[in-house]
Design a protein around this ligand. Structure first.
Ligand SMILES: [Zn+2]
Length: 135
Protein backbone atom coordinates (compact mmCIF):
# COMPACT_ATOMS: atom_id res chain seq x y z
CA UNK A 1 0.00 0.00 0.00
CA UNK A 2 2.78 2.46 0.88
CA UNK A 3 4.47 1.63 -2.43
CA UNK A 4 1.27 2.71 -4.25
CA UNK A 5 1.26 6.01 -2.34
CA UNK A 6 4.93 6.65 -3.14
CA UNK A 7 4.36 6.01 -6.85
CA UNK A 8 1.32 8.24 -6.79
CA UNK A 9 3.22 11.11 -5.17
CA UNK A 10 6.06 10.62 -7.67
CA UNK A 11 3.62 11.10 -10.53
CA UNK A 12 2.09 14.11 -8.79
CA UNK A 13 5.58 15.58 -8.29
CA UNK A 14 6.45 15.06 -11.98
CA UNK A 15 3.17 16.69 -13.02
CA UNK A 16 3.90 19.67 -10.75
CA UNK A 17 7.46 19.94 -12.08
CA UNK A 18 6.26 19.70 -15.69
CA UNK A 19 3.83 22.54 -15.02
CA UNK A 20 6.66 24.69 -13.65
CA UNK A 21 9.46 24.08 -16.18
CA UNK A 22 7.55 23.88 -19.43
CA UNK A 23 8.21 27.13 -21.26
CA UNK A 24 9.04 26.60 -24.94
CA UNK A 25 6.26 24.07 -25.52
CA UNK A 26 3.59 25.50 -23.21
CA UNK A 27 0.85 25.57 -25.84
CA UNK A 28 -1.41 22.53 -25.77
CA UNK A 29 -0.70 22.19 -29.51
CA UNK A 30 3.02 21.85 -28.74
CA UNK A 31 2.30 19.36 -25.96
CA UNK A 32 0.05 17.24 -28.19
CA UNK A 33 2.59 17.14 -31.00
CA UNK A 34 5.46 16.48 -28.57
CA UNK A 35 3.53 13.44 -27.31
CA UNK A 36 3.30 12.21 -30.90
CA UNK A 37 6.99 12.93 -31.46
CA UNK A 38 8.10 10.99 -28.38
CA UNK A 39 5.74 8.12 -29.19
CA UNK A 40 7.52 7.87 -32.56
CA UNK A 41 10.91 8.17 -30.84
CA UNK A 42 10.05 5.26 -28.52
CA UNK A 43 9.11 3.10 -31.51
CA UNK A 44 12.26 4.22 -33.34
CA UNK A 45 14.45 3.32 -30.35
CA UNK A 46 12.94 -0.20 -30.24
CA UNK A 47 13.45 -0.56 -33.99
CA UNK A 48 17.10 0.58 -33.70
CA UNK A 49 17.64 -2.00 -30.93
CA UNK A 50 16.77 -4.58 -33.58
CA UNK A 51 18.31 -3.10 -36.72
CA UNK A 52 21.40 -1.25 -35.41
CA UNK A 53 22.37 -2.80 -32.09
CA UNK A 54 20.93 -6.26 -32.61
CA UNK A 55 20.48 -6.97 -28.90
CA UNK A 56 16.88 -7.97 -29.61
CA UNK A 57 15.16 -9.47 -32.60
CA UNK A 58 11.56 -9.73 -33.65
CA UNK A 59 10.10 -12.93 -34.94
CA UNK A 60 6.41 -12.32 -35.44
CA UNK A 61 3.72 -14.70 -36.49
CA UNK A 62 -0.04 -15.02 -36.13
CA UNK A 63 -1.17 -15.21 -32.52
CA UNK A 64 -3.21 -18.30 -31.75
CA UNK A 65 -5.80 -17.61 -29.07
CA UNK A 66 -7.59 -20.21 -27.07
CA UNK A 67 -11.04 -19.30 -25.86
CA UNK A 68 -11.09 -22.10 -23.30
CA UNK A 69 -9.50 -20.17 -20.48
CA UNK A 70 -7.72 -16.92 -19.84
CA UNK A 71 -4.63 -18.68 -18.47
CA UNK A 72 -4.44 -20.95 -21.49
CA UNK A 73 -4.75 -17.94 -23.82
CA UNK A 74 -2.05 -16.11 -21.85
CA UNK A 75 0.32 -19.05 -22.20
CA UNK A 76 -0.20 -19.18 -25.97
CA UNK A 77 0.42 -15.54 -26.91
CA UNK A 78 3.94 -14.26 -27.53
CA UNK A 79 5.65 -10.86 -27.49
CA UNK A 80 7.62 -11.87 -30.61
CA UNK A 81 10.77 -10.43 -29.01
CA UNK A 82 13.90 -12.58 -29.08
CA UNK A 83 16.77 -11.80 -26.74
CA UNK A 84 17.16 -9.09 -24.13
CA UNK A 85 17.56 -5.38 -24.49
CA UNK A 86 21.13 -4.27 -23.72
CA UNK A 87 21.95 -1.55 -21.14
CA UNK A 88 22.72 1.05 -23.85
CA UNK A 89 19.42 0.53 -25.67
CA UNK A 90 17.56 0.40 -22.34
CA UNK A 91 19.03 3.77 -21.35
CA UNK A 92 17.92 5.32 -24.66
CA UNK A 93 14.43 3.85 -24.27
CA UNK A 94 14.19 5.10 -20.70
CA UNK A 95 15.03 8.63 -21.87
CA UNK A 96 12.39 8.53 -24.62
CA UNK A 97 9.74 7.04 -22.32
CA UNK A 98 10.64 9.58 -19.62
CA UNK A 99 10.21 12.46 -22.06
CA UNK A 100 6.88 11.00 -23.16
CA UNK A 101 5.70 10.80 -19.55
CA UNK A 102 6.86 14.39 -19.02
CA UNK A 103 4.67 15.64 -21.86
CA UNK A 104 1.79 13.43 -20.72
CA UNK A 105 2.12 15.08 -17.31
CA UNK A 106 2.17 18.47 -19.02
CA UNK A 107 -1.03 17.63 -20.89
CA UNK A 108 -2.68 16.66 -17.61
CA UNK A 109 -1.51 19.90 -15.96
CA UNK A 110 -2.69 22.03 -18.86
CA UNK A 111 -6.15 20.47 -18.72
CA UNK A 112 -6.15 20.68 -14.91
CA UNK A 113 -6.54 17.09 -13.90
CA UNK A 114 -4.56 14.79 -11.65
CA UNK A 115 -2.57 12.21 -13.63
CA UNK A 116 -2.04 10.07 -10.51
CA UNK A 117 -5.81 9.80 -10.04
CA UNK A 118 -6.22 8.90 -13.72
CA UNK A 119 -3.67 6.10 -13.32
CA UNK A 120 -5.37 4.88 -10.14
CA UNK A 121 -8.77 4.86 -11.92
CA UNK A 122 -7.31 2.86 -14.82
CA UNK A 123 -5.72 0.41 -12.39
CA UNK A 124 -9.03 -0.02 -10.55
CA UNK A 125 -10.90 -0.45 -13.87
CA UNK A 126 -8.38 -3.07 -15.00
CA UNK A 127 -8.63 -4.94 -11.71
CA UNK A 128 -12.44 -4.78 -11.73
CA UNK A 129 -12.80 -5.98 -15.31
CA UNK A 130 -10.10 -8.62 -14.87
CA UNK A 131 -10.08 -11.05 -17.74
CA UNK A 132 -12.99 -9.22 -19.40
CA UNK A 133 -10.84 -6.11 -19.74
CA UNK A 134 -8.19 -7.79 -21.90
CA UNK A 135 -6.56 -5.33 -24.25
ZN1 LIG B 1 21.07 -2.87 -27.70
Amino acid sequence: MSNKINQSSLITELQKQAGEVLVRHRSILDIMTKLDEYNARINRAVAKSVTSCGCIGIEAKKQEFSTDSFHEALSMVDSHVIGSICPTCKEILEQEIGAYIFFLSSLASTLDFDLAKTIEKELDRTKTLGVYGMK
